[in-house]
Design a protein around this ligand. Sequence first.
Ligand code: AMP
Length: 181
Amino acid sequence: MHVVILGAPGSGKGTQSAKMIEKYNLHHLSTGDMLRAEIEAGSELGLAAKSIMEQGNLVSDDIILGMVANKINALGSTAVLFDGFPRTVAQAEGLDKLLADLDQSVSHVIQLDVPFDEITERMLARGRADDSEDSIRNRLQVFSNQTAPLIDYYEAQDKLFKVDGLGSVDEIYQRVQEVLG
Ligand code: AMP
């Protein structure tokens, strides 16, 4: 079982992911966390990613796919929860290819559905380094333009499960569990 959690920034992906990895024994692969770790470590990759992330733009597909490929190959057959990845159709295609080479595939895509005005409020409350109002606006725009097409991509593969992302953490998690069993 490999799960993708798909949703706009601030839709609650991280919170739901933390619950899912425990119950379903998944390895949490967050490309945002991996990039923040690179910045923290002061690596060349981190240096290149920092200003892109601060502006709320996407780090290049090549960099992201390279990072994910290393991780997937190191994990072997461990079931993975992909959080914040893929974010573009090219990344989704890249992931399909990486997994196919290992005779594996994505089993479920959970789409957390939250209205944008609710998201903006949540993100301003969260106060992360890249949570300025300009950056938030740009990230939602980037989501609509580049990531939302993944909804159709995974629907066409019959893997998409839309979950209402409004309500308490536990209410939303109930809905997630109905999908994953
Ligand atoms: P996140 O923690 O998932 O919200 O990611 C924070 C920032 O890291 C994003 O706004 C992007 O700049 C960058 N990022 C994270 N994951 C990806 C990805 N899969 N593709 C491109 N950029 C990413």
